[in-house]
Design a binder for this molecule. Structure first.
Ligand SMILES: Cc1cc2nc3c(=O)[nH]c(=O)nc-3n(C[C@H](O)[C@H](O)[C@H](O)COP(=O)(O)O)c2cc1C
Length: 252
């Protein structure tokens, strides 16, 4: 594989959950934000909220990345247009813009010696964030990103093998041995770091499934299966949060 400083930065990145007291100065913040803005966009359908108040994991910076249709509608109005494109399409474009901006910020931060961690519960706190930051309608808080100088050292986390990710010309039939090898790499990688043990992050079993895992064998594939095998069955709450922000996703 080739390497250079950009590739190295990308390959060394990991989510940081412990931060030093050192505060990033305004120039550092401006650099990260400008690098974020320069990501490709479908329509600059994203904006950023920042607070320097105490953030999760003790981070000095706490960004909220929003899907933002409000600014676009202001611009379109000045051109004599109204947005008629459906909210689901606009949301997908907005998520793509926001995700690309956010990841540019993550890599810029990494290159400046900082670390970061996303927080994914944001859409379920949308109304709260709307009130906190006085968001206008048509701005939807998508994901939060805390950032600062790391106060912990650890190796990068594993990923699927490339053969389980890159499918050239046709999507293959994924045989058992390929699936199991991908699972083994992920699980052994996380176990070797004591990732879930350190975070005490075992997800409780609901219903009548019996707990047979300890932190000696509880790892990523079990964790992720418990999440999406138990949580978020009903979209009502999320749809209500979106509606509060002026995004209507149901078919009229
Ligand atoms: C959309 C999204 C939401 C996430 N939410 C959380 C979160 O709520 N809390 C957390 O500690 N990490 C969160 N993460 C970080 C992931 O757990 C982390 O990226 C993943 O375990 C891979 O580890 P790495 O980033 O160190 O390679 C989130 C990441 C993404 C992209």
């Amino acid at each position: 594989m080739l390497t250079n400083p950009v590739i190295e930065t990308l390959l060394n990145r990991k989510s940081v959950r412990k931060y030093s007291d050192q505060k990033p100065n305004d120039e550092v913040i401006a650099t990260v934000v400008r690098a974020g803005q320069q990501a490709p966009f479908s329509g600059q359908l994203c904006s950023l909220l920042l607070t320097r108040k105490k953030a999760p994991y003790g981070a000095p910076l706490w960004f909220t990345i929003c899907v933002d249709l409000h600014r676009m509608e202001l611009i379109m109005a000045k051109r004599g247009w109204t947005m008629v494109s459906n909210d689901l399409s606009m949301l997908l474009f907005g998520i793509q813009d926001a995700a690309l901006m956010a990841e540019n910020m993550v890599i810029a931060a990494e290159s400046l010696g900082m670390g970061s961690c996303f927080l994914g519960n944001t859409p379920y706190r949308a109304e709260h964030i709307q009130k906190q930051y006085k968001l206008p309608k048509r701005v939807f808080p998508l994901v939060e990103l805390v950032m600062g100088y790391p106060a912990e050292e650890f190796p990068t986390r594993p990923r699927y093998p490339v053969e389980f990710t890159l499918f050239e010309d046709r999507y293959p039939e994924l045989m058992d041995d390929m699936v199991e090898e991908a699972m083994r790499l992920m699980d052994e990688g996380y176990l070797a770091q004591g990732y879930y043990r350190k975070q005490k992050a075992k997800i409780k079993l609901e219903g009548d499934r019996e707990e047979t895992f300890t932190y000696d064998n509880y790892s990523w594939t079990e964790h992720i299966s418990r999440k999406w095998g138990q949580w978020l069955k009903d979209p009502t709450e999320l749809l209500a949060q979106m509606e509060k922000c002026g995004f209507i996703l149901e078919k009229e």
